[in-house]
Design a protein around this ligand. Sequence first.
Ligand code: 13P
Ligand code: SF4
Length: 312
Amino acid sequence: EAGKVALMQEIDQLRKEKNAVILAHYYQEPEIQDVADYVGDSLGLSQQAAKTEADMIVFAGVHFMAETAKILNPNKKVILPDLDAGCSLASSCPPESFGEFVKAHPDHVVVTYINCSAEIKALSDIVCTSSNALKIVNSIPKDRPIIFAPDKNLGKYVMKQTGREMLLWDGACVVHEAFSIDKLIEIHKSHPEAEIIAHPESEEHILQTANYIGSTSGMINYVKKYPEKEFIVATEAGILHQMQKDVPDVKLIPAPSHEDNTCACSECGYMKVNTLRKLYLCIKHERPEIDVPRTIRERALLPIERMLEISK
Ligand code: 13P
Ligand code: SF4
């Protein structure tokens, strides 16, 4: 613990010396969230990246998030504690096969969930996140057919909510697909008063049980509205840290996954590749650095800017 406090102080010092901003996702370990300048969901993080005046962006999240920050800030140094911080959704959509899919449907508007690589964004018309997906899809003229990639679970949810038919890519998040409906029902039986809140990357049978469905920020805001309630939270367990911080007395139960995890909850191995120590080394040595080839970066910027414009 003393070591962690010292690391946090060092990180704080380096951030000031280097005029760096630390952007962290809610799935990062608690100390990383506590030392960050801003903690948020994917939309909030990209909005912060778009407006920062810092000289360097330290991204405590996964690779596609840091890439998005780099696309928005080609002249700034963007660093990530560990380049292995990937994402199962991003890797479920390889650029070559997605390029062929898009080519085969030239009349379709290509909507991609931000959890994808820069190459995929470069093949898109507009990007979305879990907090603005409905708004983005609703902004597309009704007579235009849509491709939605890479998350089929979010895609199905959006189709249901908007009534739009969409061609879905067959991608999924390993963490959100690991929730066990049987165990969830079991837990709910022993906590009948608890509300179930879920991230739309979860499978349909999980979403059907939920009282609220939304992005990580959406879920936190929902819990803040009902501080006296009890919640079963179906998303990556890192979010519990901020929820508990915002509403100290609220009772939170992480939704159980199939696997007998030691914490009996779902953790994203990619997000947890980053550690406080790696964050310290990264800001100290200013690497590993994110680089996106110019042609891809320039092509990927437009669909991100369209999303940011609609989300203002
Ligand atoms: P949001 O924080 O935007 O809801 O995204 C969740 C997620 O899985 C990020 O990888
Ligand atoms: Fe990707 Fe899922 Fe991890 Fe988010 S939680 S980074 S979507 S694998």
